[in-house]
Design a protein around this ligand. Structure first.
Ligand SMILES: C[S@@+](CC[C@H](N)C(=O)[O-])C[C@H]1O[C@@H](n2cnc3c(N)ncnc32)[C@H](O)[C@@H]1O
Length: 163
């Protein structure tokens, strides 16, 4: 993705592309807007991450985030609030998918991060167990239904920090 961006937009003066862990980024300037799409569910320590994002925003700046749901909406709102964000808006949207068992296996196997570092046998076993779990009670159906809720987040850093 980064290589494609550099190739297509590398010549644009005010655009830069970096590959860096969300937990490790640091910039010596602040931004009006920070966005993230379908990536922050991979991060474990959301408090630490959101503090970094908060510091990297200009006063009045905004965070916009969409991701697969990995924790309770109210827990996430609490973290945003504790970090200092205001005008916090969160919304969970149930996103239903329908796949055959094979499609579900191939799809899960292609991106589920938990198989990273496992050998072929173990990653196949893990993915099969995962698929078994999702298919439980729906074994007779050709296409299995499962929900993967998406969390949408908007939050602001106050334009003036009150003391
Ligand atoms: C589902 S993709 C979404 C990519 C892109 N934002 C999009 O919408 O097309 C998730 C991305 O998060 C990246 N990722 C996983 N863990 C990460 C981390 N700790 N810090 C930064 N990026 C991470 C993965 O490498 C992958 O490129």
């Amino acid at each position: 993705m980064i290589a494609t961006c550099k190739e297509s937009y590398g010549a644009v003066e005010n655009m830069s592309f970096y590959q860096v862990g969300a937990e490790d980024f640091s910039f010596d300037k602040q931004f009006d807007l920070i966005v993230s799409f379908y990536a922050l569910h991979y991060v474990e320590n959301h408090g630490a991450l959101l503090s970094k994002i908060y510091d990297a925003l200009k006063p009045g700046g905004s965070l916009q985030e969409n991701r697969w749901h990995s924790q309770h909406e109210s827990d996430y709102r609490k973290i945003l609030y504790e970090v200092g964000f205001s005008d916090i808006e969160t919304r969970t949207i149930d996103h239903y998918r329908y796949m055959t068992r094979k499609e579900l296996f191939d799809w899960s196997f292609s991106w589920v991060p938990y198989v990273t570092g496992l050998d072929d046998d173990m990653s196949t076993k893990f993915t099969n167990d995962l698929v078994d779990n999702i298919c439980k009670g729906q074994e007779h159906k050709e296409a299995v239904e499962f929900s993967s809720p998406i969390l949408h987040v908007n939050a602001k850093k106050l334009s003036e920090i009150l003391s």
